[in-house]
Design a protein around this ligand. Structure first.
Ligand code: ATP
Length: 220
């Protein structure tokens, strides 16, 4: 089902979301107070309009309440970002995502009732830091302050062993939910299937449990 998106703020972050959604065939309304940005996105998004997102009447006039998902990607002007978020939550938009500039901004956005607060610079920093720790960590996705999903290359100690003998859930409290082998991904891995060299494990769990698992098996 096609969703209708509105992206407010066409800087690097909002612009990239707008391009990506449009490339995937989604209907995107691109919004910015800067007419140069609006003109730039006229040929990329389904529609582009120039308006100040802190102006409630202007937002209502373009029918913002009809959109399934509104993304606010106003960065430096934190006041404008917060004000736009308040207006959108008051208008009971179905889904609101707002980019936070710092932790205080994030806290306020959460308090206002924004459904999804993103902090791309901080999150990318965290993901990169995890991948710098070991060449075996390929991906890291934070689920909450204490839980994550990581994608790791099976350590040498795991090769030839199966999920029963490794007993990761009982020993470490985390779960191997899928195994990637070449271009295949097994989302329901057989417990008695031995692991191969180069297998990529997708592990979900509490951060401290995943850390213990990584120390035991991944960091060779
Ligand atoms: P990025 O890092 O994604 O490039 P940024 O953090 O530098 O973004 P800004 O450049 O400050 O963020 O803002 C992104 C866009 O939001 C700009 O194109 C700006 O014109 C637009 N913008 C700022 N305030 C408003 C507003 N009140 N209404 C609509 N658009 C706005």
């Amino acid at each position: 089902m096609k969703k209708d998106f509105a992206v407010i703020g066409l800087g690097r972050f909002g612009g990239s979301i707008c391009k990506e959604l449009s490339d995937k065939g989604m209907h995107v309304l691109a919004i910015d107070s800067d007419e140069t940005k609006v003109n730039e996105y006229k040929n990329i998004a389904y529609h582009a309009v120039g308006l100040d997102a802190t102006d409630e009447d202007a937002l209502k006039e373009i029918g913002i309440t009809n959109f399934d998902h509104v993304i606010v990607a106003i960065g430096e002007n934190i006041q404008a970002s917060i004000l736009a978020a308040v207006i959108l939550t008051d208008l009971e938009i179905r889904r609101i995502t707002v980019k936070a500039q710092n932790d205080y901004h994030e806290k306020i956005l959460n308090r206002i009732g924004v459904h999804h607060v993103v902090h791309p610079e901080r999150d990318m920093g965290k993901r990169l830091a995890h991948s710098f720790i070991s060449n075996n960590i390929l991906e890291y996705l934070e689920l909450s302050n204490e839980h994550s999903i990581v994608e790791v290359i099976a350590g040498k100690k795991m090769i030839g062993k199966n999920l029963i003998t490794l007993d990761v859930r009982a020993k470490f409290g985390c779960n191997i939910v899928a195994i990637k082998r070449g271009s295949e991904i097994d989302v329901s891995p057989e417990a008695d299937e031995p692991l191969h060299e180069g297998d990529i494990l997708i592990v979900i769990g509490a951060d401290q449990d995943i850390n213990r698992f990584e120390k035991a098996f991944i960091f060779d």
